[in-house]
Design a protein around this ligand. Structure first.
Ligand code: SF4
Ligand code: SF4
Length: 104
């Protein structure tokens, strides 16, 4: 492994991050809690949800948790609060509401 391919640990200082923010280890996002800088978060209402899975298809961070074809929750460790899931949820259903990170 060359220096350029050196593994970057989650607690690395800025001095250890490669020039130009190059990502030397592809597919490493699962190891980082990338949702910790989120300012808004989606709240899923399972009573309203019709499990059409549009939110699962469109979520850019693979943060809609699905089991047996049904939405069972949201992976807040990786959700970045973009709100796409709430936008694509059918208008008549609106099973996802975006709230401020500090709200429940
Ligand atoms: S807010 Fe964005 S990142 Fe979070 S679950 Fe919805 S679509 Fe995915
Ligand atoms: S888009 Fe809305 S109704 Fe469809 S699965 Fe997601 S939360 Fe449920």
């Amino acid at each position: 492994m060359t220096d350029k391919k050196k593994r970057i640990e989650p607690d690395a200082s800025w001095k250890e991050i490669p020039m130009a923010g190059i990502i030397p280890n592809a597919g490493s996002a699962q190891e980082f809690k990338t949702g910790d800088w989120r300012v808004r978060k989606p709240i899923h209402d399972e009573d309203k949800c019709i499990h059409c899975l549009r939110c699962w298809v469109y979520c850019p961070d693979v943060s809609i948790l699905v089991e047996d074809g049904k939405v069972v929750g949201i992976d807040y460790d990786h959700c970045k609060g973009c709100g796409i899931c709430a936008k694509v949820c059918p208008e008549k259903v609106q099973a996802i509401t975006m709230v401020s990170q500090s709200e429940e």
